[in-house]
Structure formats: C-alpha cells, structure tokens
Ligand binder design. Structure first.
Ligand code: ADP
Ligand code: MG
Length: 722
C-alpha cells in the first residue's frame, strides 16, 4: 500500500467512511498511520455476572446455556443470549449479526467483552467481542488504543482500519540514519508504528513513543536549522533614525539627551508640535508619557529591540513573558519606532478579536500622544469595500501601523515599506510566513511574542533561530489574582459575589468547556448556561455568550460591547483565552475547571488581574469529586506560569504520557517540551552533527530522510536550504 493512497484504497472503506476520516484530517494511508491514539485502555479483569459494573466495558467468562436466538426488536434484527448468574440475568445482544448463532455454540465457554448498561433493572451487554479464554488473557497484556472520534465513526472502526494499514506496510519505511538510531537506542520505524497503535505491552508502547518523540523533535529542529542559516545572514537594509547611541542607558530618566528625529513634512508635524523632539530618543519620550512606569524587564527589552533594528542584521527576536507581563506595549513601541523612521510595521494576531483590540489600542495611543501615523486594520471579517481600502492604505502610507490576522500575508497585500513584522501569541512565525514576505522582496525585522513559559535551555533549542528577551517581572502595581477552588454547591455564593463586583462597576467572565449540549461529553455549555444566568441575575445586568461557532462580525461586536461595559457578564468558551485585555474585568469563573489543562487555565486566568482593582479566579470543579483536583490545587497556590509548568510536569507520572498537554506554540503530536526535554536536547545534537557532516543531505544514506523531510515540510520544502 502506498502511503499517499487515499484511505478508500483500504478494504471496507467506502466514500461515507472516507468522509468521516477526512473530518479528522485523515486523507491518505500515511495520514492514518500518523493518527496516533489519544490514550490507551487496559482490558478489565474477567468478572462474574454478579460483579458487572454498569456503564463500563466488562469481560465475563461464561458457558452459553443455549444457541442465541434471533429476534426482531423494534424493526431491527437482534441476536440475543440470556445468561443467568450471581442472582441476575445478563442479556447479551448483537445487532444485524445472525451469524453469531454459528459462532456461539450451546454449552461452549466464551469470554464476552463489551459495554454493560442497566435498563429497567435489567443488565445488558451490547455488541460484545467474543474471545476464547486464551485470547482474552493475551489481550489483558496489551493496551487498547483510544482514538479521538467524530460522530459516526467508532473507536473499533478506526482500530480495524489502522490494522489494515499496518498489515500492508511497505517493506522499508525507515528514514532515520542507522547510526542515529543506534546512538539513542531507538526502535525501528515499522515497529514504532505497530506498537504506538497496537502495543503488545506497555514496554513496547513506551519504546514506540520514544521513537516518535525523537522523530518529532528531530524533524522540527532539522527544518528550523535548514531555514535558519538563510535568514541569519540577511543584511539589515533599513535606515532607522539614529538615537545617537542605543542601549539600556537611553531609557534612564535622564532628560538631557537629544536624539535626531526624522524630519517630518510640514503637514505631518504632529510629533514636533507636542514636544517629543526635545529630549531623549523618540521611543524613550513615548515611554515617559505612558500612564504607567515600564518594568525593568520591559525597558531592557525595548532597548534591545531598538538596537536590533539599527544593527547590520535583520532582527529576529522572541519576547517571552508570562500572561500580564506587558508584551503588547513593547510591540507598539517597536511599531512606532518604525513609523517614526518612515517605515511600515505589521502585527499579526491569531484571532480577529485580538487584532481589533490591538488596532483600537494603537489608535488610542497615537491619539493620546498626538502621533499622526495611520492605523490600518486588515482581517478576514472586513467587508469588501473596507478591505479594498485597507489594501490601498497599505500600498500608499509609508508609515502605516498595520494590524491584522493571517490576511496580512496574502498575495494581494502589497506593502509599501514594511520594516517589521510582529506575531502575537501562539503563532510561531514559521518558514512559511517569513517566506511569504521574502516573495514580495521584503526581509523585515521579526519580533515574536510568546507566553509559553519555557526554561532558557529549552528555549535556546526550540527558538534556535531567534534571540530571546525574557520579561521576568510583572508590573509592580498589580495585585496578584486571588484564587479559589470550589465545588458546585458554592455556585449560589459565587453568583452573589459576581453580582457585588458588578455593582462596583466591574465585569465578569464565565468559561464553559462546551458550546452546546453534547450527547458525548458531560459538562456545562455556553448556550444553556447563558440562559440560566439570565434567570439568576437581575435584568439590568447584561449577559451575553461568545463561542467559536459565531460569525467573526458577531464576535467582534460582542467584544466591543464587553470592552465598553455594555455587557457585564460574558459567558464564553476558551476562545477568550488568547490575549484579550479588558482591565475592568475582575472575576473569572471557570466551570468544569477539571477538564482543562494547567497551561490553559493559567492563560484563562490571565484575562483578569490586568487593571488596578483586586481580581478573583473561581475554579469550579464540576465532576462531583469531593477531593480537590491536584492540578487545580497548583493553580490555587500560584500565579506564576513557570512554577505551574514545573508542577504540571511533576504531577504526571512516568507512564502518564497522554495527560492533558500544555497548549502553547508547539503543536507536537506526542512530544512534550517539558517532559521530553532530554530527548529534545539529544535530537538537537544529532541535527547539528548531521548538518556538519552532510549540510545539504546529499549523501545516499540520507536519501530516505530527505524524502521524509519533503513529506514533513510539505509546501515549505522548497524553502529549505537544500
Ligand atoms: P501580555 O504580556 O499578557 O500580552 P499585556 O501586554 O496585554 O500583557 O498587558 C496587560 C495589561 O497590563 C494591559 O492592560 C497593559 O496596558 C498593562 N501594562 C503593561 N505594562 C504595564 C506596566 N509596566 N505597568 C502597569 N500596567 C502595565
Ligand atoms: Mg498579550
């Protein structure tokens, strides 16, 4: 079977099933093999009919009292076997499977393995597997893969399809050079594929995972290295206004330094009129006029950025800082610095809502400072006319401050004088983006902002192509968020507390894990919850909901209303997680908090505690378990992203490698940057060694690797330095 064959080439996959697989992102046989289980399940020990546990899979070993009977049951043909034991009867049923009668023989002993339910006091087992005792004992040693599903596709169907693909693997799939595998005791690729899906036992599963984790880091880092050298060599062609000298010193309160400024046209002399010209550099003058004092870390980083943009190489810098550390203002300062030198700059946000928020803030900032620079917004939700206008402005205005989403890197956008590109939150500025600018003949300065807390040693590897600034200080004026972890009985009290905060003029977020009721997962949903809250709170309190299924325009309008305090309670899914800044919001209540990962909860909590007032985060445990969730206890204790990432790691045992993973900038399938840090280090060393020995991967023994890299990099492959 070819890896790029569509999955309908596999036996039993028709167009309908193929569609379902496609919704999971699985198009080819190769995709299917890389569709790894999200978890594994152990088979339960065999029990008697008296010990069945409802709503779970059970295995019973029993003698069939007779041949199963075939019935019609509300229009469906069913095959039924009733077995007594332990004072009750278990009804075992199969649907549309009359052949079961020739499989299950009267008097024979079988293991029936399937889900048990209780209806009207009767025990049912539906569609169980039928195995011999030996077969089941064998099964007990194995781990059963659990895949992420979509409506209409069962776990067993996926298992079967994967099995077909595994049974038809090409003879040679290995691409990792022999010596690398040997040095790190890595299993072969085919072995790893087999046992990541169908582990013979726990040890094989761990071996398989080790191999893929190594591969993930290795390919990622290899790609990065292969693009890095190119960009590292880029000369800085931009001429920035020189502030005499650059460096941290420029940001002291020293007033008597005078720096040159771009000569402004007469009709654009707003800058000169408000006296910015008289002291310090342009940027430090702005800093002085901000309503708050920058932290030491912010000042240091602002200085680094100014220096970078005036050095002989193009800037490639990462600002890493916990939520609330104040990254946005640094982005804005860099943009204003560009505009002042007569260049455009662009900030790319991951969501429409965030882009609009940035644009609004930039406009306000320019207004307050009396700066004449045009702010241009370009997002997917603009109407056709507005979009044309934005395109035109980007072509026309040499000192535009451009704000947008991915729309910024589309072909139609012609930048007049772009000197700086900033990506905000969770968007690794990849090869592709950089290249989409290079295609237009521009090699702008690059600034990446991230809230993912990574120890420096790891950051140096993962962001190997970037210089790193760390914002390790939270603005001093800010009061730490007060936390509590509560159960559902606390809800009434929480609502009263929210109301009192609203009476004081503040606002509230409530987060639910689901958008709408689901038959598959329990948990609060945004739609019903909003209706419920409307009945609980007095009418004058405005309550609205926000979720990812809404149209962008609708989301934007809601966020604007929330920002303007026309809405007091916003019930939302985690779409709110990224970057949203409404300093007046002081309460964050997270329903079913036990369902979220630690990093995600930390990001969510970061939406409050942004203003001067005391803020609160209520983690509502919705699973009815009396004991406090250990992860929530960590959040309860600390507001520090680094500490939380470390504790998260400790809470996961060695075999627990499919816990809720950190969300963040890196979309690895299996690898976890914290847990697998040592593997990352080893993969990084191997990438360096490989590229030293064979810089363009031309050697015969690296042919398969080159091929794999082509698949991994996809469209980006042509952009690699090969
Ligand atoms: P993040 O690093 O999470 O992106 P933001 O840049 O959104 O954080 O900043 C969070 C809030 O703190 C914003 O409302 C911002 O105006 C404010 N802020 C930024 N720097 C400071 C500072 N030095 N002192 C006080 N408030 C600040
Ligand atoms: Mg931010």
């Amino acid at each position: 079977m070819k890896q790029d064959s569509p999955i309908k080439a596999l036996k039993g996959i028709g167009p309908k099933t193929e569609k379902l697989f496609q919704t999971l992102g699985v198009y080819t046989v190769g995709d299917l093999l890389l569709y790894f289980p999200r978890d594994y399940e152990r088979c339960p020990a065999i029990c008697g009919i008296g010990d069945l546990i409802p709503e779970r899979k059970n295995a019973v070993y029993i003698r069939a009292p007779g041949t199963p009977a075939v019935n019609r049951h509300s229009g469906m043909q069913t095959t039924v076997l009733d077995v007594g034991g332990g004072g009750r009867t278990l009804r075992i049923m199969w649907f549309r499977s009359p052949y079961i009668r020739s499989v299950v023989k009267a008097g024979g002993m079988y293991v029936f393995y399937g889900r048990v339910s209780v209806k009207n006091g009767l025990f049912y087992m539906e569609q169980p597997e039928i195995l011999s005792l030996d077969q089941y004992r064998e099964r007990l040693r194995t781990l059963q893969p659990v895949y992420s599903l979509t409506r209409g596709l069962t776990n067993r169907q996926i298992q079967k399809t994967v099995r077909l693909a595994l049974d038809d693997l090409p003879a040679e799939m290995e691409y990792l050079p022999e010596d690398i595998r040997a040095r790190h005791h890595l299993s072969g690729y085919s072995f790893a594929l087999e046992h990541i899906h169908m582990p013979a036992d726990e040890q094989s599963c761990i071996r398989a995972r080790e191999r893929f984790v190594f591969d993930e880091f290795f390919l990622f880092l290899l790609c990065m290295q292969l693009t890095k050298d190119q960009s590292a060599a880029l000369k800085n062609e931009y001429h920035f206004v020189q502030p005499g000298m650059c460096g941290e010193k420029d940001f002291s309160e020293n007033e008597d330094r005078s720096f040159g400024h771009r000569e402004m046209d007469a009709d654009r002399s707003g800058v000169q009129n408000n006296g910015l010209n008289d002291s310090g550099s342009f940027v430090s003058d702005i800093i002085r006029q901000l309503p708050y004092k920058l932290t030491g870390a912010q000042r240091r980083t602002a200085a680094q950025i100014q220096t970078d943009m005036r050095s002989d190489r193009v800037m490639q810098r990462l600002i890493q800082g916990d939520v609330g550390s104040g990254k946005t203002i640094l982005a804005f300062l860099a943009m204003l610095d560009c505009a002042n030198s007569g260049y455009q700059s662009a900030i790319m946000a991951p969501t429409d809502v965030l882009a609009r928020q940035h644009a609004g803030k930039l406009r306000r900032l320019c207004g307050e400072l009396g700066l004449p620079f045009p702010v241009v917004l370009l997002t997917g939700s603009l109407g056709a006319a507005q979009r044309r206008e934005a395109y035109a402005a980007i072509e026309r205005e040499p000192d535009a401050l451009i704000v947008g989403t991915h729309a910024l890197i589309q072909e139609k956008v012609n930048y007049r004088s772009l000197a700086l590109v900033i990506t905000d939150e969770q968007h690794r500025f990849g090869v592709k983006q950089r290249e989409s600018f290079a295609f237009k003949g521009i090699h702008p300065h690059i600034l990446v902002m991230s809230a993912t807390p990574i120890p420096r040693t790891l950051a140096i590897i993962l962001y190997g192509d970037l210089d790193i600034s760390v914002l390790d200080e939270v603005p001093a004026a800010r009061k730490p968020v007060k936390n509590c972890v509560v159960d559902m009985s606390f809800r009434e009290k929480a609502y009263r507390f929210m109301e009192s905060q609203i009476r004081e003029g503040h606002q509230v977020y409530v987060i639910c894990p689901l958008v709408e009721p689901s038959e598959y997962t329990e948990g609060e949903n945004v739609l019903e919850y909003t209706e419920r809250l409307k009945r609980v709170f007095p009418e004058e309190i405005q309550i609205s909901c926000l979720h990812g299924k809404m149209k962008p325009e609708e989301k934007n309008r809601l966020m604007e209303d929330f920002l303007a305090n026309r809405i007091q309670i916003l019930v939302s899914t985690t779409v709110i997680e990224v970057g949203v800044d409404v300093p007046n919001a002081t309460v964050m209540m997270i329903e079913n908090a036990e369902r979220f990962g630690l990093a995600q909860l930390h990001q969510l909590r970061g939406r409050v505690g942004r203003g001067d007032a005391q803020s609160y985060c209520i983690f509502m445990q919705g699973n009815g378990e009396g004991t406090e969730n250990r992860r929530l206890a960590v959040l309860n204790r600390s507001n520090d992203g680094f500490f939380i990432a470390g504790e998260d790691l400790k809470l996961r045992g060695p075999g627990d490698f499919f816990g809720i993973r950190q969300s963040g900038d890196f979309r690895f399938r299996l690898a976890d940057i914290y847990q697998d840090a040592d593997v990352m280090g080893r993969a990084s060393d191997e990438v360096s060694r490989l590229l030293r020995e064979d810089p363009s991967l031309e050697r015969e023994e690296h042919r398969a690797l080159r091929q794999r890299l082509r698949m991994y990099a996809g469209e980006d492959f042509s952009l690699l330095n090969l």
